[in-house]
Design a protein around this ligand. Structure first.
Ligand code: GUN
Length: 283
């Protein structure tokens, strides 16, 4: 059996078109959805991510502000900037790219963003809202992974979903979203004993470990849907996921490639959250 390849680029285009129509409808009422993206410091990967986020907003005709702050920015200065954006009616979404430099407390920063403009879904109020089934902003990467499953026709209800990774950005919110969709959810970590025992029982397997190609075909249940959240750069410069694509695709029923799987969805769902936030301002 060879898996169906889940084409993240194509699905992202389709989902973006849906949200562009919603953004256009708002614009017709005089509201341009606006996103502010703040980057502190010079992390090269973060710079690329932030530039892509701002570019996606421009492509959909959203207002965007790209705020670059030097690495030695004080915590107080960053919090001041966030407070100003919280009060700015042109801005419906605020994102501070993580990681921030070590002298800044990321928890304080995330709590300073108004929960109504927290398009990353990282504020404790929004984390709690997701956990209690009253979701307002789902974190973009797991939200995008859920969309990939939905658009590919993978049924979730009653299925065993296994998430490997427990980060606040991916693993934990992914588990919450799957639970909300009535999956039976197991969360595994790097400490899990006999990981393959769990992965081989997964109807849906979401891998977010940051370890290149660690999940191989022999660890996958035949016919499973495999969502690979990893992006790793190999010694030869090529990108690969946390799943060994070549062996996994011979066993899985569906699989996301890297690149071109989950990646394009993350930014798409950021745009979606920003438009949704702007919609809420008009009821
Ligand atoms: N760093 C890595 N992923 C993310 C993300 O989804 N949001 C933010 N703000 N920072 C990140």
């Amino acid at each position: 059996m060879t898996a169906r390849i889940i084409d993240g680029k194509a699905i992202a285009q389709e989902v973006r078109a849906e949200w562009k129509a919603r953004a256009d409808a708002l614009k017709a009422r005089g509201i341009v959805p606006g996103l502010a993206v703040i980057i502190v410091g010079e992390d090269p990967a973060s710079k690329v991510y932030v530039a892509n986020k701002v570019k996606a907003c421009a492509e959909l005709g959203l207002h965007s502000e790209h705020i670059v702050m030097p690495a030695d920015t004080s915590e107080a200065a960053l919090l001041g900037r966030i407070a100003a954006l919280n009060a700015d009616p042109k801005i419906h979404g605020i994102l501070v790219q993580l990681p921030v430099p070590r002298h800044i407390d990321s928890g304080k920063v995330l709590e300073a963003i108004s929960p109504d403009k927290d398009v990353d879904g990282f504020h404790p109020v929004n984390v709690g809202a997701l956990a209690t089934g009253n979701m307002r902003f789902a974190p973009c990467t797991p939200y995008g992974a859920m969309k990939l499953l939905e658009k590919s026709g993978v049924s979730i209800e009653g299925k065993h979903a296994v998430v490997i990774g427990r980060s606040n950005i991916v693993g934990k919110p992914m588990a919450m979203l799957l639970l909300q969709a009535n999956a039976t959810v197991t969360i595994c970590t790097s400490k899990t004993v006999d990981l393959a025992k769990f992965t081989r029982d997964a109807d849906i397997l979401v891998v977010a470990t940051g370890k290149p190609k660690m999940i191989t075909g022999d660890m996958i249940k035949p016919g499973a849907a495999v969502i690979d959240v990893g992006i790793n750069r190999m010694a030869d410069g090529k990108l690969c996921g946390d799943v060994d694509f070549d062996s996994a695709k011979e066993v899985a029923g569906w699989i996301t490639p890297v690149p071109g799987g989950v990646g394009p969805m993350t930014i798409t769902m950021l745009v979606a959250n920003t438009v949704r936030s702007a919609e809420r301002t008009v009821g």
